[in-house]
Ligand binder design. Sequence first.
Ligand SMILES: NC(=O)c1ccc[n+]([C@@H]2O[C@H](COP(=O)([O-])OP(=O)(O)OC[C@H]3O[C@@H](n4cnc5c(N)ncnc54)[C@H](OP(=O)(O)O)[C@@H]3O)[C@@H](O)[C@H]2O)c1
Length: 272
Amino acid sequence: MILVTGASGQLGRAIVERLAGENQPVIAGTRRPVEGSEQRRVNFDEPGSLDFTGFTTVVVVSAGYAEDDVVIARHENVVAAAERDGVQHLIYTSIATDGDHLGFALAHRWTEQRIQGSTLRWTILRNGLYAELFGSLLAPTDGVVTAPFGTGSVAVVTRADLAEAAAIVAAAPERHINRVYDLVGSNTISAGQIAEEAGLLYRPASLGSRRAALDESGLLPFQPAMLLSIYSSAAHGFLSRTTTDLGDLLGRRPTVPGPTVRRVLEKQQVAA
Ligand SMILES: NC(=O)c1ccc[n+]([C@@H]2O[C@H](COP(=O)([O-])OP(=O)(O)OC[C@H]3O[C@@H](n4cnc5c(N)ncnc54)[C@H](OP(=O)(O)O)[C@@H]3O)[C@@H](O)[C@H]2O)c1
């Protein structure tokens, strides 16, 4: 039996759907399960909710969106519970190798080390930047994209491809024991290229002006720095590394991400 955590989130839900579609025995782990469904309560912040008895494979979708100490404590709880309850294989969704300069890299790398030093068999899926997130960070104003991506190119990937890759690994974990996959694109795209394709101007602002805007936007205290680290990493060439790992796992070419990025960008124009 396979357990997928974060199953109400976008990535976790897509992994569960893929596995269920292939008639794999899967249970959705979520903080707020719907009664009477194939769901199980799983909240990494509450060790008492972590009972993995009977699950051979657990797909741990990272639970970010918090300060490092909070994320690390969450992930410690989930790995310790998997060890205690006799899980055979833990699959963890991490961040791309090229993402070491991202503000949330430390918690991911800590978690990878914790898993690799555990008693479990494991597979680390180093997920690249979502095409959906890249599109949302382009945020045009009056037909102009000012996001501070400079001339940097990014090897973005669609969330659906990453979900499919995770489901493939979870369905046959014995083929992926103690492997690290760098699931970034096999090509790159840039903010300027996407803006041009969408018929918009691209005039990248400075990191400082974007930080000032983010500081005033009501985000949680840790969020502006994390978002800035995405812009800065991309602008300075740290998210441009391509690999063939994703295509190799999928057994096909990864989805071309441009249309997904443009769709998200165009939605923001409509909303603005
Ligand atoms: N590669 C990228 O570009 C990128 C971008 C953004 C985030 N991420 C990371 O990838 C993860 C999955 O992405 P996503 O798009 O699915 O994000 P999402 O839609 O925001 O879903 C995140 C899910 O994480 C789960 N979660 C949060 N706190 C938790 C806790 N204390 N215990 C257990 N689960 C918890 C929740 O699942 P339930 O609601 O089911 O409890 C939540 O819905 C994120 O959590 C983040 O760590 C990656």
